[in-house]
Structures are given as structure tokens and as C-alpha cells.
Design a protein around this ligand. Sequence first.
Ligand code: 13P
Length: 257
Amino acid sequence: MNRKYRRTVIAGNWKMNQLNSGVKKYMEELKENLPAQKTCDIVLCTPAVMISTMVRAGKECKVAAGAQDVSKYEKGAYTGEVSAEMLADVGAKYCIVGHSERREYHQESDSLVNEKAKALIAKGIVPIICVGESLEQREKNLTMEYIAYQVKAALDGIDGTQVRHCVIAYEPIWAIGTGKTATADQAQEVCGEIRAVIRKMYGARSARAVSILYGGSMNAKNAAELLAMPDIDGGLIGGASLKPVDFATIVAATAQE
Ligand code: 13P
């Protein structure tokens, strides 16, 4: 973390879990366990139908609501889609784009991820842009090349002012939901490379302002070590964010200097 230049962000990704009726209880438990002092921005990215509930429930303990996906279109005949304006209208502050599960199961391309990020920026929502290599790419030593490509593609046409309001999440696919976390050194190496790519594209000032998160089996036990790394400014947490006590423990791990 580097608090001098950028925000620390702990974001939960509930994926397709939880129910609207369970949000209140979750938030009560979270509140009981959160540290008294605010040391990071806390976000919970829920399924779209729970965002309004999260906006209301999150007010008291300053938890922002986020979405997990958005349409690239502004409005119109796109059955089933949710626009960036609709997300902003219900009070979402963040939205994940380019998660590997959407890239894999919904065939989302790099250019679609880029269009979605731009749609969010246009409505004042912070895109959490996910990038990450497969195990095969890592074993073939293609990680850095692939990540650099994904970052450049996702940021295409986004200017130097806008990029400072973007969050990048490095989520190695082999670490998602597997219990196999990247080591702190592995995660730092890639997050450092992501910042270097942004530096080349936009210059040092913009690069140091962008928050870069790590995601992939981050939990209450390993969070502190990952967050101690200079280019890891927070976490995008799946499984552990479903348990309020564990999520609060990860938030508390940002208290370190
Ligand atoms: P897990 O924390 O369950 O590995 O999921 C990570 C993730 O995909 C967050 O977006």
C-alpha cells in the first residue's frame, strides 16, 4: 500500500451469492467487527438486484455499493441489460468489469471490457478492471506480456485524468476460488508491472495515483502480507467476503503502515 498517493480499497465480490433478505444481518455483523478507525474504502459488489439494499444498509458503516457488470450500451432495446446510468441512479459507486468469469463464461473480449469501463466512467462510476493470466500462461512465462496487453486494451481511449479514477484488479485465474493464493512476491511483481505499463501510457503522476488490487483466494490470514507490498493497494475478495467477520478482518489488515 502507498497511502500517500492513492486510495486503499477493499472490495468484496459476492458473485451470484447471498439474498436481499440477508443483507441486513450481514451488515450488522460486519459493523460489529469493523475497526473503529477508517483505514480504507470498503466496497461490496453485489448482484444488481441487491444494490439498492446495499446502498441503504452500507450508509452507517460507510460501505459503498458496487455492481459486478454493466452494459456497454447507454439505453434501449437490450433485454436483460443494466446500464451505467441505472447503476448510478440507484447509488452504485463502483462496478467490476472484465472479471475472468465473465470473460470465460460470457465470452467477453478485451474491447468489450474497454467499452464497459468507458460507459462507467461517463456516469461517474469507478470501474474495477480485472486482468489476470491462466495457469498455462504463467507456466509458459507469458504472464507479464499478457497482463500488459490486457491493461493496454482495457484502458484504450481513456485519458490521463480518467485513469486516475480507475481501479485495476490483478486476479490470476489459477488463484480464484482455488485456495491457491499468489505469494506476496508474485502478486507484487505483477502489480508493479501493471503500474509500469500505466506509467508508460500516462506518465508517473497518473501511475502513482491508480489503485491496484490483488484478488484470488485472499483471506483473513494472508491479507496482511499481500497488503504490505508497495504496489498492492487493496483486495478484490470473493469467498471470504461472504463471511462478514473474515471480510472485516481483511479490512482491519489495511491498518498497518
Ligand atoms: P476468491 O476470493 O473466492 O478466490 O475470488 C476472487 C475473485 O474472483 C474476486 O473477484
